[in-house]
Design a protein around this ligand. Structure first.
Ligand code: HEM
Ligand code: HEM
Length: 218
């Protein structure tokens, strides 16, 4: 059992981090190569219009499309805020970084992190329900989309159970570490790559609308 814990909290973390970083870089390089084949995209892009679009689309309710569905936009904003902040600021992670690399890192009070974890699980549950119940979402869904959503939520569910010491701690923490590694590795290979593609598509749309059509895209 303890060799299992050593593996999932050691080499597996490295495998996951390297896969995440290398996969992401390869994705971006391939995308830029494809863009270059189209002679019209890059020359039409401007820094000003790109940053303007990214700014308004990352602001809460900054775009018209967010304002037209206020509940889901707010939920999605909270979901993303907690989801991105937690892996970097959970106390349990900071402890492991200190042990492994001697890094002293700022961490959230554990009660706050716990509430934020509950927010991610709650919002994710609503997204899952929407995917099952809303006809317009269900029609474009495949089984892969459900699997990906479950992959996204598992580290939060298992982290939550571990923190509260429900069930067998060792088993849960191993599941947590494995699901955390899968989470990271899934990002470059699934639609979770919107994490970085978002900025490119906003830059492109912002430039197309701003510099070419003289309009806003938010
Ligand atoms: C891959 C390596 C990972 C390791 C070794 C790891 C390890 C841990 C440990 C030891 C804890 C503390 C549990 C306790 O309080 O007893 C924890 C909590 C937590 N982890 Fe991870 N984790 C990993 C990945 C992730 C990822 C990728 C995420 C999120 C995407 C994540 C989210 C969380 C959350 C949200 C908690 C706290 C839950 C709460 O307080 O309610 N972990 N993790
Ligand atoms: C800076 C990083 C990110 C940005 C800018 C971003 C942006 C977005 C946007 C614009 C949407 C669609 C609109 C909406 O439903 O509100 C979305 C949906 C989603 N994102 Fe992200 N995202 C980021 C990172 C991530 C990460 C790291 C994950 C998980 C690993 C994630 C998981 C999701 C999920 C599960 C949905 C869809 C929810 C559903 O409707 O079923 N996002 N994201």
């Amino acid at each position: 059992m303890s060799t299992m814990v050593n593996f999932v909290s050691g080499p597996l973390v490295w495998i996951a981090l390297v896969t995440f970083v290398v996969g992401t870089v390869v994705r971006i390089v391939l995308m830029i190569r494809t863009i270059k084949l189209d002679k019209t995209v890059l020359p039409a892009m401007t820094v000003k219009h790109s940053l303007r679009s990214i700014f308004f689309w990352t602001l809460p309710y900054g775009s018209r499309s967010m304002r037209t569905r206020p509940f889901f936009s707010g939920l999605s904003y909270l979901f993303h805020l907690c989801l991105l902040a937690l892996p970097l600021t959970v106390m349990g992670h900071a402890v492991l970084w200190q042990q492994a690399w001697g890094i002293r890192w700022w961490s959230l009070p554990s009660g706050v992190a716990d509430v934020m974890t509950a927010v991610v699980i709650f919002a994710g549950g609503i997204f899952l329900l929407r995917r099952i119940m809303s006809p317009e979402v269900r029609n474009v869904n495949t089984w892969r989309d459900y699997v990906i959503l479950v992959i996204v939520l598992l580290p939060f569910v298992t982290g939550f159970i571990a923190y509260h010491q429900w069930l067998d701690y060792r088993t849960i923490i191993i599941l947590h570490m494995v699901s955390g590694a899968v989470w990271l590795m899934a990002i470059p290979f699934t639609w979770l790559q919107h994490m970085f593609m978002f900025f490119f598509s906003r830059a492109y749309m912002g430039s197309e609308f701003g510099a070419v059509r003289n309009a806003r895209d938010w």
